[in-house]
Write a protein that binds this ligand. Sequence first.
Ligand SMILES: Cc1cc2nc3c(=O)[nH]c(=O)nc-3n(C[C@H](O)[C@H](O)[C@H](O)COP(=O)(O)OP(=O)(O)OC[C@H]3O[C@@H](n4cnc5c(N)ncnc54)[C@H](O)[C@@H]3O)c2cc1C
Ligand code: SF4
Length: 536
Amino acid sequence: MEFDVVIVGGGPSGLSAAIKLKQLASAADKEVSVCLIEKGSEVGSHILSGAVLEPRSLNELLPDWRELNAPLDTPVTEDKFMFLTKNNGFRLPTPKSMKNHGNFIISLGNFCRWLGQQAESLGVEIYPGFSASEILYTDSGAVKGVVTGDMGVDKYGNPTDAFMPGMELHAKQTIFAEGCRGHLTKSLFERFNLRDGKDPQTYAIGIKELWDIEPNKARPGLAWHSIGWPLKSDTYGGSFLYHLNSNQVAVGYVVGLDYDNPHLSPFEEFQRFKNHPAVRETFLGGRRVAYGARALNEGGFQSVPKLTFPGGCLIGCTAGFLNVPKIKGTHTAMKSGMLASEAIFENLNSKSEEVDSYESKLKSSWLWKELHTVRNIRPGFSRGLWFGLANAAIDTYLLFGKAPWTFHHKPDHESLKRAKDSPKIEYPKPDGIVSFDRNSSVYLSGTNHEENQPCHLTLKDDSVPIEHNLALYDAPEQRYCPAGVYEIISEDGQSPRLQINAQNCVHCKTCDIKDPSQNIIWKSPEGGGGPNYPNM
Ligand SMILES: Cc1cc2nc3c(=O)[nH]c(=O)nc-3n(C[C@H](O)[C@H](O)[C@H](O)COP(=O)(O)OP(=O)(O)OC[C@H]3O[C@@H](n4cnc5c(N)ncnc54)[C@H](O)[C@@H]3O)c2cc1C
Ligand code: SF4
């Protein structure tokens, strides 16, 4: 199928790019065909975020969003920033970057569903349930589109009765909007050397639950964040509790993937966090209704790769535009999509295959300035919480983000120390009231993969999990995976082996990032598989 533009991914960046293209085409009275594919069973079903939305980009893209019934119905009314010790909580002044006056607490999944409707009403062809599995190239090496994955292939790679071959989608320009750690984007980095001269991208894992709480505990509009317990001061991370309308609370925990103790489990840290005296009370008498996890970018300004290449470009979190001190990447993802579309629209009839003007537009936009100003804050925390806080205060309030230096990053997969040199961590058993185990959690993510399909979690070398990861790091994949996909099985008298329960995978991409020898490769499974998040 031939289109002017193909967009891979139906998150805020991809959908904003699609809407912008159609708006520009309509204003110029031109026809531009735009196709967007999304690996989730519907737009929004693979979206997991906090989320507090800064509406800056939305105001630019669809200024009449109120009349269009955008699902932004909980304005932030109060910010609380807490430091937790094991038994106490102390309120700290809210950092400038975390003040949310004028922002909205939303379900990003529902916001994307709504953006999808706006895009369709403008004529964008949206195909949910299809993942782009490979990139197609012209003879001269430019991207000419993508191919969607074959459906109905058994686990040995043979076609079944339900076999449906993948579709080739060709375009003048292909926009990659895969979100954090896009797997096609990874291959583009290599093919076009897009990361040359840039810092490595760094990441965190965010684990989230949605709760129905007792109405007398609801504080719609409260955005509550904490740092400190249960993490030690050498590990970056913290929590959020966002009180939505309708007696719901979105609660989540974010852990920087540069942690060094292989015994650490982000999932268990989150579960024990909910038992803190300042937190537990909110959930007593309530009901957990959804669970999920997703990686997020933390590299910021210095990790943004080259964004264009012949035949395509990168937008949103697959490029890495998240503003870490704000814990917000939606407004920047949307803005990058809009700028890419402006540049592509202006160049659709040009002979040049690479739309360099996207990068120049981006660099003269508020987005670039915003990321540049905060570039030294997250790396300061790699020296621990106290240095990080002091550095953040000096950088924000004395230097105004204009320090003449830029701190650099190391790749997250290099940070683990040996298990024998790291303190073991004893996690409490879940109480089944506010804390839970992985299996019951994954159940609430609605995750489903056709079991008889090739495993989408592949190993470069089958011997590494036991001979390297287990031997040196006590198999950390058992702990960093929030869905219990990786298990070391030691049957009587047999050597231990790694079992991969790929059907549980919630597509967070943490294994692809944190595996110490980069041996695990996440590939897109059959389209439509994965989590089915309701309103995450
Ligand atoms: C726990 C957590 C809390 C956060 N809190 C906030 C917050 O409060 N405020 C805020 O502004 N931001 C927040 N963020 C960040 C925000 O969610 C992201 O910045 C934003 O979602 C990025 O948008 P995107 O379109 O680039 O990617 P995504 O939202 O990740 O969307 C990418 C889409 O592409 C699809 N896709 C990927 N690969 C393929 C493929 N090969 N084929 C087809 N489809 C594909 C995915 O299924 C997905 O639907 C948070 C993130 C996390 C994880
Ligand atoms: S297998 Fe990997 S991508 Fe899937 S849930 Fe586990 S860590 Fe995340």
